[in-house]
Structure formats: structure tokens, C-alpha cells
Design a protein. Sequence first.
Length: 144
Amino acid sequence: MKIGRAGNLAISSGIFLTLSLCYRFLSADSDRVYVGNKAFDYGCLFRKMTGVPCPGCGGSRSFVMALHGDFYHSIQMNPVGLLVLIFLVSVAVIQIFLFADSLGYGRAVVVKIRRLFEPRILAFAAYFMAAVALGQWIFKLIPR
């Protein structure tokens, strides 16, 4: 599917704008996410029903912590939050390169980027994220 110049620029701008707004208005600690200094305590439905944390527990806090540069605590909360941030920034940068390619710049880089979209590489990335999520979930379930 070809997006076009305006689409590439809109996608990258939208991602960077959203991340900038999240950086400005969201903060987190080990207990909850704060939206403009007000606690946003939504809780996990899976945890409320079973008493066991789900594989996504801590993902929002992890994402916000990674966005603020607190990678250590982000990984402690849930490593998938950091992976999601890396994915979003990567998509935005790739869209900028595709936009530059449509203007005739950076063809060699874009050829290498297009190789990353082969189905086996995308499948590996999806399996890797699932393995990280399930691995950290199993690790959290082990009593200490």
C-alpha cells in the first residue's frame, strides 16, 4: 500500500506530536499514571477478577516512564512499554525517510528500510514482543 508524500509526513508528524503531548501532560510512578498531576487510576480488569496481574499490567506506566527517559524503572514495570516507544519512534523516522525518498533523497537508506518489511522479519518482531510480554508475565507470577 502506497501512502504518498503527504501521508508519510502526516504519520511522522502525528506520532511526534502525540509523543510530545504525552511527554508534556503524562507522568508516572510505580503505582499509577498521572494526567496533568491528577491520578488516573483505572485498574486492570483481569487483575480485579483473578487477583493475578495480566501480561500488560504496568504497560502504561512503563511507556510513560520510558518516554521520560527512566528506562530502568520502565523495564522493571513492563519491558513491552519500552518496546512500544521504540516501535513508535522507529515508524516515525521511517516515514520521514520515505518522505525524503519521494523527493529524491536517501534512496540507499530507503532500499535497506524496505528490506525490514519482509514478512519473516515482521513475524520475528511480533513473536519477539509476544515472548517478552509472556516472559515478564511468568517472571512476575513466580513467588519471591
